[in-house]
Design a protein around this ligand. Structure first.
Ligand code: ATP
Ligand code: MG
Length: 343
């Protein structure tokens, strides 16, 4: 079976790190890929007037999955519609520290499962009168259920032990009340006990437990004791902020992959942007993009291959060539070649 992958490098270092990820995928002998390239971003906008041409949308819509690099000024005009094209409801952002690298918290392995369609990012804002503006925060049972189900399934599939549901239902009683209630209902349907019930000896049908956490207190706990968390399911804005916070704990944008997952399509991208300050110099760290490709493999059901890629990246990070952001003087291709050699 051949998997069609849309490849959209975009701008800046997207042009350098995306080919690195493609090279790594091509090195996986057990999976067949067909890569179809599309343009998006500042450069194509300057040429055609459109940051995301219809042709690129079609390529992403028809593919089994998309690899996206980065877009510069036009980022919002590219990534928001692309997330819609793949029908993405979940933003998956692992924050994992790697052996041998400096990190604020070297014992971190957390995966944020962020609701990606509503919350405060609805764009429903208005000026009531001069000096007074409002924003409508939308939480639906359907989207809350989708993200909670995805979070619990993800935790189970990937061998994590605990799910934390982040919320602020004590203040946003209606909206986060619904989010929390729905997520807890999903836990109950799956017979996942609360962490404290597990401690008191209640039997569970799965190895998982779950807990709930107020998102502000959670921010503090993440800084102090990130090793206590596994999978964190969050509303949109909280997921955005808490995952960035945790990115800071493990050290460096060049390391963080992400996935935008939909019902039957998905898009994988590094957390970093186009990095215009280093673009064109051949020194961008390809790790985040290659780790995004590992997530793509897992998404397509190739867990073992995904794990191989991750292990290869880990081993290069520990003892292979390093790009300048990690204190080395290697280039993008040196690191990519080292990862391919490991494979
Ligand atoms: P954009 O507007 O596209 O987000 P930006 O200026 O915000 O661009 P980012 O890509 O978000 O840039 O990167 C922020 C900083 O991190 C920059 O100094 C950049 O060089 C660095 N950086 C980001 N990604 C990488 C990478 N893969 N390798 C090395 N350095 C990186
Ligand atoms: Mg940026």
């Amino acid at each position: 079976m051949t998997h069609e992958i849309a490849v959209i490098p975009g701008d800046g270092i997207g042009q350098e790190v995306t080919p690195a990820a493609v090279e790594v995928l091509e090195a996986i002998e057990t999976v067949d890929f067909e890569f179809v390239e599309g343009d998006a971003g500042d450069a194509v906008k300057a040429e055609t007037g459109e940051a995301l041409p219809q042709e690129t949308r079609d390529i992403a819509a028809d593919a089994d999955a998309t690899l996206f690099g980065a877009a510069g000024e036009t980022a919002a005009d590219v990534i928001l519609p692309l997330r819609e094209v793949v029908g993405s409801f979940a933003n998956v952002r692992p924050a994992r520290s790697y052996p041998g690298l400096d990190a604020v918290q070297p014992d971190t392995d957390i995966v944020f499962i962020r609701e990606n369609t509503e919350g405060v990012y609805t764009g429903i804002e208005s000026e009531i009168t001069e000096g007074v503006r409002t924003l409508t925060r939308v939480i639906t049972e359907e989207a809350s259920r989708d993200i909670a189900e995805y979070g619990f399934d993800y935790a189970k599939r990937n061998g994590y032990e605990d799910v934390t549901i982040a919320h602020k239902a004590n203040v946003m009683r209606q909206t986060d009340g619904l989010f929390l209630e729905t997520a807890e209902a999903v836990a109950e349907e799956r017979s996942v006990p609360r962490t404290d019930e597990r401690a008191s000896g209640e039997a569970a049908s799965s190895g998982l437990t779950y807990d709930t956490a107020l998102m502000d207190a959670l921010a503090m706990h993440l800084v102090m004791t990130p090793e206590e968390y596994d999978v964190i399911v969050c509303p949109n804005l909280a997921g955005d902020m808490l995952s960035d916070l945790s990115a800071g704990l493990v050290g460096g944008l060049g390391l963080l992959p992400s996935a935008n997952v939909g019902e039957d399509n998905a898009l994988f991208e590094p957390v970093h942007g186009s990095a215009p300050d280093i673009a064109g110099e051949g020194v961008a760290n390809p790790s985040a993009m290659i780790l995004s490709a590992a997530m793509l493999l897992e998404h397509l059901g190739y867990d073992e291959e995904g794990e191989h890629v991750r292990t290869a990246v880990e081993s290069v990070l520990e003892s292979g060539p390093r790009t300048p952001d990690l204190g080395g003087d290697a280039g993008t291709t040196d690191v990519t070649d080292a990862v391919v050699d490991e494979l």
